[in-house]
Design a protein around this ligand. Structure first.
Ligand code: FAD
Length: 397
């Protein structure tokens, strides 16, 4: 049987960060990836914080466009309230290129990556995992990192975590359209091929968190909506996506361009700190412990942050409480844990509608020149939700 110090399942952002950390500490590290190459199971793109990724993986991250403008639209029925701002350090990137690059950095640090191999189960003796069974044989290790993403089958097989249920999950649907660089620049008024934008939309009835990102020569658009609400109200995700494209005017922008990709994925609404993060010598990270933010879709930074900590835990053979403590005190991860309450509040349509109504009535008061009216409405109707709303808007950065 092959033997390593540390075996990692999954060559996504979390797995590559764990591999980089453990290999940099001189450990013999193996990464098992079921796709033909890292990123091939994550073909679409994302918006990421370049500075954070560079701080962990070094210079050279491949990216598509710099996010020069971020637009936030809150829809009350079909009418949006729009806020535009200019964030720093955000870029769009293709997952295939990004994941391949992250994995290549861990390889340069000494990790071995084996693609086209699916991890099936861990084999335990007295609470300690001794080996991992894959579809191509078994491999033994002193510790293991499960960075297998949201469908965390090995973790579930080992009884570390249970599956996400419809009551605590968001259904995400994403489409990518091919649009030539020049056309894309014309549609959005970009001065050059590096400038790009991202657009976040919130609709309240039913609750939809939407996004649109521009890449070099394509555009991604997607939505997420709580599964429970879709089921209760018998709404099909495809129908919701169509309505979203019409309401936002994106349908008109992409008319005549070819659809390159269509994917659907479940995002857990809950997650860390409620989830188990380790068992014996097995440490979980990234989406496997539900670290993605279901409203802002920010998942790659916390995946990398937790992957680095899981790699360290595997090297040091930390007790699970030490690993949990380290996760809790990491700013990128504690932020998500603290936001759970705000998000679970927001994930109920009435609350989202309340926030959006508040912003609309504020602006209507402004348009009518009725500043005293604004004050009375804010103090009378919305005093209790303003701090939550401000926290939410600040997170959009
Ligand atoms: C629609 C949508 C849009 C998003 N947009 C953004 C965005 O713009 N910005 C952002 O930061 N985040 C975004 N996210 C979230 C982000 O994609 C995830 O949070 C992030 O990919 C988590 O990284 P990970 O390494 O934990 O898991 P993953 O990226 O899912 O990687 C897991 C890896 O493990 C492999 N694997 C799984 N099971 C096995 C197995 N049994 N054996 C071997 N290999 C296995 C998979 O093939 C995969 O390569 C989005 C998510 C969705 C659904």
């Amino acid at each position: 049987m092959l033997e390593y110090d540390i075996v990692i399942v999954g060559a996504g952002p979390a797995g590559s960060a764990a591999a980089l950390k453990a290999a940099s500490e001189g450990k013999k590290v193996l990464v098992i990836e079921r796709g033909p190459e890292p990123g091939s199971k994550n073909v679409s793109g994302a918006e990421v914080r370049k500075d954070y990724i560079t701080s962990v993986f070094g210079e050279g991250m491949p990216y598509e466009r710099t996010v020069d403008t971020m637009k936030l639209s809150l829809y009350e029925k079909d009418k949006p309230v729009n806020i535009d701002f200019h964030p720093e350090g955000l870029v769009t990137t293709g997952r295939l290129k990004l994941d391949k690059w992250l994995s290549s950095v861990s390889e340069q640090a000494g990790a071995t990556i084996i693609p086209k191999t699916t991890a099936l189960k861990l084999n335990w003796e007295n609470g300690i995992a001794k080996s991992l069974t894959t579809d191509r044989g078994d491999v033994a290790a002193k510790s293991f990192v499960l960075a297998e993403g949201v469908n965390a089958l090995v973790s579930m097989n080992s009884g570390i975590n249970v599956d996400w249920t419809p009551s605590n999950s968001v259904q995400a649907v994403k489409m990518v359209y091919s649009i030539k660089k020049g056309d894309l620049n014309n549609i959005f008024g970009f001065p050059d091929d590096d400038t790009g934008m991202s657009w976040r939309m919130i609709m309240s009835d039913p609750l939809v968190a939407g996004f649109m990102y521009t890449y070099k020569d394509s555009l991604a658009v997607g939505i997420g909506s709580p599964i429970k609400e879709l089921v209760d109200r018998k709404i099909r995700p495809e129908a919701l996506l169509d309505k979203f494209l019409e309401t936002t005017g994106i349908a008109e922008k992409v008319k005549g361009y070819s659809l390159r990709e269509y994917s659907a994925k479940v995002i857990p609404e809950g997650g860390f700190p409620e989830t188990n993060v380790a068992k014996g010598n097995v440490y979980l990270c990234g989406d496997a412990i539900g670290l993605v933010d279901p409203l802002t879709f920010d998942g790659i930074t916390p995946a990398i942050a937790s992957g680095t900590l899981a790699g360290e835990a595997a090297v040091m053979n930390y007790d699970k409480e030490v690993y949990r403590y380290n996760l809790m005190k990491h700013p990128e991860i504690s932020k998500i844990a603290k936001e759970r309450k705000l998000e679970s509040d927001f994930m109920t349509s009435n609350k989202a509608g309340e926030y959006i109504n508040m912003v609309s009535s504020l602006l209507e008061g402004w348009a009518a020149g009725d500043l005293i009216g604004i004050r009375n409405t804010m103090v009378g109707n919305y005093r209790n939700i303003i701090p939550d709303l401000m926290s939410f808007v600040m997170r959009m950065r």
